[in-house]
Design a protein around this ligand. Structure first.
Ligand SMILES: Nc1ncnc2c1ncn2[C@@H]1O[C@H](COP(=O)(O)OP(=O)(O)OP(=O)(O)O)[C@@H](O)[C@H]1O
Ligand SMILES: [Mg+2]
Length: 230
């Protein structure tokens, strides 16, 4: 589904991603975990066309998409839920969802999002800025789902949310995966993400430090001690 090979991302002289390779099989849920500044967002921003990598190759469904712009990737079914949610606070919830389907005008997809998140349906005419942090995260995920992604990339969807809301976000992610969509999840909440994932990659200083089936990483003392806390 997705194959990233030798990805390098630089910002001026800062080498944020230094030769990262990973794969996601169709229908799988993989996670990239790591500390602040490890390069997680840089990796998925390069995959989803938000930034341009210095070098490396990105294949999506066998097609070379390296350096494709984000809007072209969205139309192909590769959609990112960005870090910090990025909902447009002065637009209504409905308008935010319409933006997710700008290229298709798919109103049935918006109805499906309302079925999944009744709280958004009830408040559809309110400005998105009036929603709580958790509701804004649901809106950000809903906006991505309107594009009917085959691959969805989520950048720290649980950030700053109360534990109960984090549970909701994780159950939505599991539902998305159960519906057949491939998921790439980035999290600082590494233990939680690895419990949800099939396969995990631990990123440290722009490189993959460990990788493997998520259950094996959770059982690996080196990984637990260095990255998951005691
Ligand atoms: N626009 C930018 N200009 C310069 N340096 C940047 C820029 N964006 C990121 N960096 C640097 O690149 C490195 C990787 O950052 P990145 O945001 O990819 O990490 P991250 O793992 O997503 O961190 P976080 O968990 O804090 O979101 C960091 O050293 C960061 O300071
Ligand atoms: Mg980040």
């Amino acid at each position: 589904m997705l194959s990233v090979q030798d990805l390098v991302v630089t910002y001026g002289r800062v080498e944020a991603v230094r030769g990262v390779s990973f794969d996601a099989q169709p229908g799988s849920l993989i996670t990239l975990v790591g500390a602040n500044g490890a390069g997680k967002s840089s990796v998925i921003n390069a995959v989803s066309g938000i930034i341009r990598p210095r070098s490396g190759t990105i294949l999506f469904e066998g097609q070379d998409i390296t350096r494709w712009p984000a809007h072209k990737l969205v139309a192909q079914g590769l959609v990112q839920v960005p870090e910090g949610r990025q909902v447009l606070g002065t637009l209504t919830i409905h308008e935010n969802l319409q933006l997710g389907g700008w290229h298709t005008g798919d109103s049935a997809a918006i109805s499906e999002v309302y079925d999944r998140f009744p709280v958004l349906a009830e408040r559809r005419e309110l400005p998105a800025g009036a929603l709580s942090g958790g509701e804004q995260q649901m809106l950000a995920i809903g906006r991505a789902l309107v594009a009917r992604p085959r691959l969805i990339l989520l950048d720290e969807p649980s950030m700053g949310l109360a534990p109960k809301i984090v549970d909701e976000v994780f159950s939505v992610i599991q539902e998305i995966r159960a519906s057949g969509t491939t998921v790439v999840l980035i999290e600082q909440n590494a233990r939680r993400a690895l419990r949800a994932a099939d396969h995990g990659y631990v990123l440290a200083s722009g490189e993959i430090a460990h990788q493997g089936p998520a259950a094996e990483l959770l059982a690996d003392d080196r990984v637990v001690q260095a990255y998951l806390g005691v």
